[in-house]
Each structure stands twice: as structure tokens, then as C-alpha cells.
Design a protein around this ligand. Structure first.
Ligand code: MG
Length: 203
């Protein structure tokens, strides 16, 4: 099982970090050891002073796909979830400046909390779907899938040109604006539509 993540997939988020709007998807990966399930606590690592939250919609791949045509890509995922792409922004910034890869900033243990999955058929329109992250009962990030730069289908078509997608793989589809630092003791609650799917603490 692998985790693929898309960077800069909401224009306002790309802008808040002074990044250009990409013309093709920006992708990176996290190992299976990054996965954090069942609302278990996230243990803040001591190698970063600036771990950021990035609330994202996560797709679960439902069948093997290679060179998937965008027209058929919708049949490659049946369920969606909420996830947090925890990012050590201080490490990422240093690595970006040197042109180095992002793994130490993105792929560390527990950096990919994921909620339970919900059938996509449960939602009237997955391209007009609100999601948000509250921290200590205050809304910090709010997004809607109508603002995605690259649709779920475009992502699947693009990624599968390079990397075979397998059943059970997860795709983090990008974060809206409002990213920021988390602190020990914080409570993170994530909502997909009206339903609270994430609820965990930083320890
Ligand atoms: Mg992200």
C-alpha cells in the first residue's frame, strides 16, 4: 500500500506559501508507516519546530490502474475520507531552498492521519463538497472541492501514467488555504460535509 499526495492543488493555498500555480500536478509520496488511523493521537516529533496541518480529501483506490483514461478514472475510487498531510514546514523550507526532496518534511511517522472512509455515492456531488478543520473548536481551514485545480479523475489519470495504482492505495488530493502550526495539546476535528470524521489530539 502506498500513499500519494498532491501539492498545490488549491490556488489560494499555493499563493499563501508563495508558490506558483502548477500547470501539471505536483506529487510526492508517504510510506505506509506515515498512516495514523482510528483517531489515534499524533505524537509531535522533536525534529521540527513548525509542523503544519493540511486538511485534505483522501481517495481510496478500488482497483489496479495503469495509464487510466481520465474519462474512466471515476470508477477507480469508490470511497473517500479526510486526512491531514502533516508537514514539517521548517524542514520543507530549507529543502526547497536547496532544491532537495521533501521526504523528511512530509513522510515521517504519523504524518498521514486518515479518517474512516465513506462511500462517495453518499454525497450528492463530490465536486461541491465542503470540508474543514477545526483546532480547539476554532475553524482554521475551510475548503470546497469545486476549487480543486486538478480533479480527482485528472489526478488518477496523471499519476497512473507514471506509477501503477493498486487497490488500497491512498491519494491525498491537496489542501485549501489556512495551513498553520500545530502545538502539543491541540485537538483537531475534521468535517466532511456535515459529518465529523476526524477527532484527535496532538501529544
Ligand atoms: Mg498537502
Amino acid at each position: 500500500m502506498k500513499i500519494i499526495a498532491i501539492g498545490r492543488n488549491y490556488a489560494e493555498h499555493a499563493k499563501e506559501l508563495n508558490n506558483p500555480i502548477p500547470s501539471t500536478p505536483v506529487i510526492f509520496m508517504k510510506p505506509d508507516t506515515a498512516l495514523l488511523k482510528d483517531n489515534k493521537p499524533f505524537y509531535h516529533p522533536d525534529f521540527s519546530e513548525d509542523i503544519h496541518h493540511e486538511i485534505e480529501i483522501v481517495l481510496k483506490i478500488s482497483k489496479e490502474g495503469k495509464h487510466v483514461n481520465e474519462k474512466f478514472a471515476t470508477s477507480y475510487f469508490e470511497e473517500i475520507a479526510l486526512g491531514v498531510d502533516f508537514t514539517a514546514r521548517d524542514i520543507q523550507q530549507r529543502h526547497k531552498e536547496k532544491g532537495l526532496p521533501w521526504e523528511l518534511a512530509k513522510a515521517f511517522d504519523g504524518s498521514a492521519p486518515v479518517s474512516n472512509f465513506v462511500p462517495k455515492s453518499k454525497f450528492a456531488d463530490i465536486y461541491n463538497l465542503n470540508f474543514r478543520l477545526d483546532i480547539n473548536q476554532e475553524t482554521r481551514q475551510q475548503g470546497n472541492t469545486k476549487d480543486l485545480l486538478f480533479s480527482f479523475e485528472k489526478i488518477i489519470a496523471f499519476v497512473s501514467k507514471y506509477i501503477t495504482l493498486k487497490k488500497g492505495d491512498l491519494i491525498f488530493t491537496g489542501t485549501p488555504e489556512g495551513v498553520g502550526k500545530i502545538n502539543i495539546g491541540d485537538r483537531l476535528e475534521g468535517y466532511l460535509g456535515d459529518e465529523k470524521l476526524l477527532d484527535f489530539y496532538v501529544k
